[in-house]
Ligand binder design. Sequence first.
Ligand SMILES: NC(=O)c1ccc[n+]([C@@H]2O[C@H](COP(=O)([O-])OP(=O)(O)OC[C@H]3O[C@@H](n4cnc5c(N)ncnc54)[C@H](O)[C@@H]3O)[C@@H](O)[C@H]2O)c1
Length: 418
Amino acid sequence: MANGQTLRVGMVGAGFVARFQARAMTEVRGMELSGVVAPEGAPELQAYAKQTGLGPCTIYPSVTEMAKHVDAIAIYCPNFARLAVMEEIVAAVKAGAELKGLICEKPLARNVAEAKRMVALAKEANLKTAYFENQIHMKPIKAALAQLAPQQRTMGPMSLTRSSEEHGGPHMGWFWDPTRQGGGVLCDMGCHSIAVGWYALTPLGKPITFLQPIAVNAEIALLKWGLPYWREKLLKDRGVDYSKTPGEDFATGMITYKNPETGQIVKAQFTNSWMFEKQGLRLFMDGMGPGYAFEVNTLISPLNVFIGDVAAEAVADQEAALEKATASRGLLAVQYNEADLYGYTDENEDARNAFLEGRDGLLPLSYGLEITKLVTAAYMSADMKKTIDLTDPQVQKELDTYIPLVQQGRGKEVLYVG
Ligand SMILES: NC(=O)c1ccc[n+]([C@@H]2O[C@H](COP(=O)([O-])OP(=O)(O)OC[C@H]3O[C@@H](n4cnc5c(N)ncnc54)[C@H](O)[C@@H]3O)[C@@H](O)[C@H]2O)c1
């Protein structure tokens, strides 16, 4: 397992996820944060890397420059900047930069055309890749599948999964802007829930895309942030006007898969929202097969703290307790190692081992493209108010160029704005 070697990583972007990933990297042996390129946040990330001994985290003026000094580049910048960054990386490799690997955070892209371009560019530069879908690497998911392996072997595979990721809304304006981000919560978080649902359904020992997606049915809605009070707050706080270009704050749907060997039909339901009114982020997954089941709920922690009204003023940092925390008093769940719980630690370890051994991570960029197709099909279903038949070659062709109405800035045609 490439023991004793170190993978030197350069990050593009130094915001929320870059900080989370840096924290995760401190838990992985043989990873160094060598460099960063970002218009904002780079000095803070560098200070963190130095303080934790994670690496020098040299601030580079460009991706081209950084590529000469690192083993792998991790794309942690906003969705709208992905392709330009990827093109610069590929040009740097063609000019002689010796990269062992490329990491790209979810979502791979805003639509199928962009995702295909990302995959093609990686191929052009002969890059080993890792698409970072952290939820597939979650220890609770791995443990559930390992625990239930004997039951799966004797009783047969799982037939239903339900996955959701929900919180009260993103931390930066660009996430709320459907044209820059790619949509609303379906593009931002549906990609997670769709991926983990598909993964948990996959029979033991089979490749990650073994189950064939055959149909997608989905709905999107604007349930909270289109109402006047919340719309105005969004405009004031994040600079995004949902009276003109709304994105969905709720999405739900069902994906049907077929086992190509047995013909068995299995289903994965997903639900995502930015209007979740609980303590903070909740990931919920469950799955069931004949005679067995699992359930994961990240709001249940072995650690609770209580903060009474008289002491509430003294709260230090609610986000240090839980991602997207919305309350600072009462009985609060604390997840003291979210980077590990949500799978960031394990996805970094997977990428480190894969790149040092000269192969792709568990989830290559081509897997990210499959997820982009499913997310786009879900938007297509919501836009057209019908089930999308993925076995129809014509539909597959349409997906290649489909831009969801919300992403086009035409969300008002499908969402209610109060
Ligand atoms: N896995 C997860 O659960 C998870 C969580 C949060 C974010 N993400 C993903 O990570 C990506 C970044 O999100 P974030 O929350 O960190 O955003 P953010 O806005 O907090 O940070 C973005 C960073 O990228 C930098 N940046 C902007 N344009 C750039 C460019 N052209 N080149 C280089 N750097 C640029 C910004 O200065 C900032 O440092 C998004 O694609 C998002 O979907 C994933």
